[in-house]
Write a protein that binds this ligand. Structure first.
Ligand code: HEC
Length: 149
């Protein structure tokens, strides 16, 4: 009988050491385990923002105190027409943005196409803590048409 216990012991030992070494071999080096990042689909308006607005309004739309106003939850962000007009006509002179006074110049960006303006304004309105609906191409062209009358 003793012999059998001995055999069982050896058997269990072999099995457990086998599964141990199996565990060891399935361990992958960390770089192989790391999932590849899914391709982030960049909002088309983000590219426009980076090229035409970021220099003044900064990366997260927070602006520069006293110089460039924030794009976070302002009167303009809440008013599509005002926002579109601002890009097409530019803006200068004293304004108050979220309680802070500015008296600077934003040149008009009317050389941007209707789609580019719709994209960039949609991007701003749905980022930086803003939660407003999209601006459509036809909304931009309607405002553009009203300005050239
Ligand atoms: C050269 C710097 C500059 C660039 C580039 C620029 N802005 Fe401005 N922006 C300003 C300034 C300065 C004001 C405030 C003007 C004033 O004092 O009357 C302003 C005001 C605004 C306002 C109204 C106030 C507010 O913060 O809500 C909006 C909206 C705005 N800009 C959006 C844009 C968008 C969109 C772009 C890119 C397509 C852009 N700006 C590019 C300088 C800039």
């Amino acid at each position: 009988m003793k012999g059998i216990y001995g055999l069982i012991f050896v058997f269990v030992f072999i099995i457990s050491s086998c599964s141990e070494s199996k565990k060891e071999s399935t361990k992958k080096p960390p770089e192989q385990v790391k999932k590849t990042e899914p391709m982030q689909k960049t909002h088309p308006g983000k590219m426009i923002y980076m090229q035409f607005c970021l220099a003044c309004h900064m990366e997260n739309g927070q602006g520069v105190p006293g110089l460039y106003p924030t794009l976070v939850k302002t009167e303009w962000i809440g008013d599509k027409t005002k926002m579109i007009e601002n890009v097409l006509k530019g803006l200068e002179g004293p304004i108050i943005v979220n309680g802070e006074p500015f008296n600077n110049v934003m040149a008009k960006l009317d050389y941007l196409g209707d789609k580019e303006i719709a994209d960039v304004l949609t991007y701003i309105r749905s980022n930086f803590g803003n939660n407003e609906d999209a601006v459509t191409i036809s909304e931009v062209s309607a405002v553009r048409a009203s300005l050239t009358k």
